[in-house]
Design a protein around this ligand. Structure first.
Ligand SMILES: Nc1ncnc2c1ncn2[C@@H]1O[C@H](COP(=O)(O)OP(=O)(O)OP(=O)(O)O)[C@@H](O)[C@H]1O
Ligand SMILES: [Mg+2]
Length: 279
């Protein structure tokens, strides 16, 4: 593994810290002794060819999967063994590689489900539709509409989420995640299925979110986007970390070059890499 020499700021608690993470599926070591240090208020890229183990790492941070061994800390708190909703309460939200929107729900309702994870009112209040409950509903609606605008969803809030274009659905998912008021947002291929202009908008959204104090960890294959927006990256292959540093530095490492350029199935990625390198 290659690590770019960097100046560590030892006083800062890391947003996400992973040590010696291992996950096997049957005989397959999908994640093998992975370490990762994500500083607070950074845009952090998790890269690597297909099957590298990136989504599995994200699934363990969000509690979707339980590690076989290793440690995960979020803002210094050990989260290994906590169920997903407890990890969400620690301020971790995520989006999915394969979009997961609830069927039959409107765009607005979808985002509101995120906001309701923070709800204050009681079941009894909901049944009797108390004044507090009505006020909360109005607040949630306003918040959801604000988030939809922030992430650039142009479709009507009353449209069924599943009828939106792929890119719009991804933005709705981001809005739903943001509605939980996370401190760490995990994004699994947020620009998949988007054109260059839409991807650029996502990059700019990430910058704004970082400006508001969020930490963003994203799995991303669009190297141009990674080069422009990620502060630091970890590159994985076959479950292991190959390199850690800036994208430009990582792409100079022989292991990384081989992982990408050595596989014919990744021809499309290689082309985006080359384009990114040419600027
Ligand atoms: N639930 C599972 N059961 C069995 N094998 C799995 C499971 N999830 C992932 N794997 C395997 O683990 C390895 C890592 O998969 P993972 O989805 O983490 O890769 P990835 O880096 O996200 O790839 P991609 O870029 O294609 O999304 C792959 O070989 C995959 O087939
Ligand atoms: Mg994946």
């Amino acid at each position: 593994m290659s690590t770019m020499p960097v100046q560590d700021s030892p006083g800062d608690v890391l947003a996400v810290e992973i040590e010696g993470l291992v996950k096997t599926f049957g005989g397959l070591r999908a994640v093998s002794d992975v370490n990762m240090r994500v500083p607070q208020r950074s845009i952090y890229g998790l890269l690597g060819p297909n099957g590298a183990g990136k989504t599995t790492v994200l699934n363990m941070i969000s509690g979707f999967l339980s590690p076989d061994s290793g440690a995960i800390r979020v803002h210094g708190k050990e989260t290994h063994g906590l169920v997903p909703y407890r990890i969400a309460r620690e301020g971790v939200a995520r989006t999915y590689q394969n979009i997961r929107l609830f069927p039959g729900m409107t765009v607005l309702e979808t985002v509101a489900t995120g906001a309701y994870t923070r709800r204050r009112s009681t079941i009894l209040g909901a049944i009797t539709l108390s004044r507090a409950e009505r006020r909360e509903r109005a607040e949630v609606k306003e918040k959801a509409l604000g988030l939809l605008e922030q992430v650039g969803v142009e479709a009507s809030p009353d449209a069924l989420a599943e009828t939106l274009s792929y890119g719009e659905q991804r933005r709705v998912e981001i809005a739903r995640a943001l509605a939980t008021e996370p401190r760490v947002l995990l994004l699994d291929e947020p620009t998949a299925g988007m054109n260059d202009a839409e991807s650029q908008q996502i990059g700019e959204l990430l910058l704004r979110l970082r400006g508001e104090g969020l930490t963003l960890v994203l799995i991303e294959h669009n190297m141009r986007l990674v080069e422009e927006f990620c502060d630091e990256v970890t590159v994985m292959n076959s479950g292991a970390v190959l390199a850690v540093g800036t994208l430009a530095w990582c792409l100079e490492q022989p292991d990384v070059r081989e992982a990408y350029f050595g596989k014919r199935s990744d021809a499309r990625r290689i082309e985006t890499l080359r384009r990114a390198r040419r600027g």
